[in-house]
Design a protein around this ligand. Structure first.
Ligand code: MN
Length: 421
């Protein structure tokens, strides 16, 4: 019996991260999920470089495990080349499906599941601190899922010159469904929910449902799902090749349901932007009160602008010259307002600091701990080597509060928290 695959793959930034550091491969017979880690953009670099290397090496004839080791070398080499990417790494959970077998290579805490005849089996072992504790019988799965240090990996790809890759193989049957996913999916969803969505006959529907469910459960992390279904080849329909085009087809529609929530979010963002950020320029003639409120009271401006704003539509205007003068007045006011907003922004960025967490590491930020639509009102001022996970609950509370402080105040807190060398 010949098995053919159909698949769908989706990745989603989730609801709480600023970037998506997950990557996936859906290039039959190879499928993979990589979840990157590292400061700044390094996590994205690590996961995409691992995915690319894996794909290239499997295409060149390597086994999936050999290709995973090559990916380790590529990520490690790149991390040692650039200071800003040092220490980056990624998970990698990959499978090639050939001759009725799934051959897996696995490092990290992304997961591979087999859904067969209604039951779900976890095929991979989490290479994480809590995963080790569960295997040693010191934690239950439920305790692990809520553990503050659940994201600490005990093994990752690209962080060392060599890596131990878990290799295993599963004989597949018609009707089997494989799920590869990042911890943003498995960490937010109980097994029943995975089962429920994987029972959908269409991989695109399963992947979209899983991603939507993880978002609904909080979307705490980037979410990636690769769903592969195995079916018996139809003897008359051209066998292996026939289902493959059908494979490619479900993917774009699959993107829609999952893209819909982010798009909706994007819509809100766009709306927030219109109402907020360019407001000072655009809103001044149309919505003076709004613009005035946002600039923290430009005093006389608001009252001065009100009659002017009414000016152009005033039917009793006495002459073209006066109208022109008024327009000029409005223009000057608008420009002054824009300048004020700019100055206020610069003042805020240079006087407001707070201590927060980015990608698990503690950092001192300058600016305000908010975002305005797509506009982040802060930037990292000082990155530190101390991770959030090492804080005790009281310290965490201090960080979680993201209270705005002076530069000195923020640095003092950083020192108290042991963030500074
Ligand atoms: Mn993750």
């Amino acid at each position: 019996m010949t098995l053919v695959t159909s698949h769908a793959a989706l990745t989603d930034i989730g609801l709480q991260r600023r970037t998506n550091e997950d990557s996936y491969v859906a290039a039959p017979p190879l499928f993979a999920v990589c979840d990157g880690m590292g400061g700044a953009e390094a996590g994205e670099v690590a996961s995409s470089l691992a995915a690319e290397t894996l794909t290239a090496r499997v295409a060149a004839g390597d086994s999936v495990a050999e290709a995973a080791r090559a990916a380790n070398d590529a990520v490690y080499a790149r991390a040692t080349e650039r200071v800003e990417e040092s220490g980056m790494g990624t998970t990698l959970t990959a499978v090639t499906i050939e001759d009725g077998h799934g051959r897996f290579a696995h490092v990290g805490d992304s997961r591979a599941y087999l859904f067969r005849e209604g039951s779900l089996q976890l095929l991979s072992q989490d290479h994480s601190l809590v995963g080790e504790l569960v295997r040693e019988g010191r934690l239950t799965w439920d305790e692990a899922a809520a553990h503050p240090q659940r994201s600490i990996l005990s093994r990752a790809l690209g962080t060392e010159p060599g890596v131990e890759v878990d290799e295993f193989s599963v004989e597949l049957r018609a009707g089997d469904v494989l799920l590869l996913c990042s911890d943003g999916l498995s960490g937010d969803l109980p097994a029943e929910v995975l089962r429920e969505h994987l029972s959908a006959a269409d991989p695109a529907e399963a992947a979209a449902g899983l991603v939507a469910a993880a978002r609904a459960a909080g979307g705490h992390d980037n979410i990636t799902a690769v769903v592969v279904r195995l079916d018996e080849a139809e003897p008359a329909a051209g066998g292996d090749t026939a289902p493959m085009p059908a494979v490619a087809a479900p993917s774009p529609p699959a993107a829609e349901p999952a893209a819909a929530p982010p798009a909706a979010e994007g819509g809100e963002v766009a709306a927030a932007t219109q109402a907020g950020e360019p407001g000072p320029e655009e809103a001044a003639p149309a919505g003076p009160a709004d613009a005035g409120a946002r600039t923290a009271g430009p005093d006389g401006d608001a009252s001065g602008r009100a009659p002017d704003a009414g000016g152009p539509s005033d039917p009793a205007a006495a002459g073209a010259a006066r109208r022109a003068r008024r327009r000029l007045g409005v223009l000057v006011l608008v420009l002054a307002l824009v300048a004020l907003v700019g100055v206020a922004g610069i003042v805020v960025v240079n006087t407001c600091y707070f201590v927060g967490e980015e990608d698990g590491q503690l950092a001192v930020f300058s600016g305000l701990p908010w975002r305005l639509g797509p506009l982040e009102l802060n930037s990292v001022y000082l990155r530190t080597a101390r991770s959030y996970a090492t804080l005790d609950p009281t310290q965490r509370e201090l960080v979680d509060a993201r209270r705005v402080r002076t530069k000195g105040g923020a640095l003092r807190l950083a020192e108290d928290l042991g963030m500074l060398p």
